[in-house]
Ligand binder design. Structure first.
Ligand code: FDA
Length: 302
């Protein structure tokens, strides 16, 4: 299992395969977990989820952005999504990755791109989540968040439970709307738990702490053990449904997504779209090699 995880994480970082994948549209089963390649298809998917009482967070997929022109293009695409969410009056907000907006090129350039997006979203009362990437970008992403929160309140971020520093971060950022996840990247044992048991334990502790002390908690997991634990925890501690939501990725455990929404919990589906699907898809295979079923089914269904 660990070898497969490393293999898929390695593949997710392969820039040649990434560029090749962009040219061929959604392939290998990625179409099951990526909502579409353009804004129109994505809005349609959001409307379908909204009809089931599910809100959405929309991610315009994009990786390996090392040129300003690409980051500017990504910014324009995200601004288009913000506009489309407003025009179609759908229940959705944005998830974005600072690296897609130029963090690896120049910090201030990235800050300006983010500022433009956050300002427009703020004028429409749309929330923007800064997704968290790998450790090398962690502190800079928090810095961007802090700087922009001096001007805007429609922003929040992610706490990754595999980092030793997660406990300190969650306390520092408790007044933000926070998504809590286990963590998706391969990180060094210098600063991250490696063992699933340790990560799961820290994950539960962080969720409980933020539910009791934080502003609003998004519990982003497909793990039914964690979900059942949270259901019990909120009941025992009298935490009302408007203080938290569950989140899952588009196309995963769809039955559970629908049933949680039906049970009356706030539920938000993470809806990725775009032609830059390759790295996202490989990370999903790394997390759960059983997701290879998606690939196998696709290959044999031709
Ligand atoms: P995990 O993979 O640990 O699985 C636990 C158990 O759940 C499995 O053993 C199995 O029993 C069950 N299970 C899981 N998936 C299943 C499936 N598809 N079908 C049936 N059973 C299943 N990461 C990051 O670093 N930065 C970020 O910004 C984000 N953002 C984000 C948003 C959202 C909405 C989600 C859901 C996740 C992220 N992540 C993320 C990814 C996250 O860090 C993590 O890598 C994945 O969610 C995988 O961990 P899980 O908690 O889902 O369960």
């Amino acid at each position: 299992m660990a070898l497969l995880k490393d293999l898929f994480i390695g593949l997710s970082q392969n820039q040649i395969l990434n560029s090749a994948a962009k040219k061929y549209g959604l392939k290998l089963g990625a179409q099951n977990v990526v909502a579409g390649t353009n804004v129109e298809e994505t809005i349609q998917s959001i409307k379908e989820l909204n009809a089931h009482g599910i809100s959405c967070t929309v991610d315009n997929l994009g990786e390996f952005v090392f040129e300003k022109v690409e980051a500017t293009k990504a910014k324009e695409q995200i601004l288009d999504v913000v506009e489309a969410i407003h025009t179609h009056e759908v229940d959705a907000h944005i998830s974005l990755k600072p690296s897609q907006l130029g963090l690896d090129i120049d910090y201030d350039f990235c800050l300006e791109n983010l500022r433009e997006i956050v300002a427009k979203a703020s004028s429409y009362d749309i929330f923007i989540n800064f997704d968290m990437e790998d450790y090398d970008r962690l502190q800079a992403s928090f810095d961007l968040l802090e700087t922009l929160s001096e001007e805007y309140s429609n922003i929040g971020t992610v706490i990754q439970a595999y980092f030793f520093r997660a406990e300190e971060d969650i306390q520092k950022y408790k007044n933000y709307r926070l998504r809590i996840v286990k963590g998706a990247y391969k990180e060094s044992e210098e600063y991250a738990y490696q063992n699933k048991k340790d990560i799961d334990k820290n994950y539960i502790e962080l969720i409980e702490w933020h539910l009791l002390n934080g502003k609003f908690t998004s519990i982003a997991t497909h793990d039914h053990v964690v979900i059942n634990h949270v259901k019990e925890f909120v009941k025992v501690n009298n935490i009302s449904n408007d203080k938290f939501e569950f989140q899952m990725l588009y196309g995963f455990r769809t039955d559970m997504q629908l049933s949680l929404a039906k049970e009356g919990y706030n539920f938000c589906t993470y809806v990725p779209f775009g032609d830059d699907w390759y790295g996202y898809f490989m990370r999903r295979l790394a997390e759960r090699p059983q997701n290879l079923n998606l690939v196998v089914k696709q290959v044999f269904n031709k």
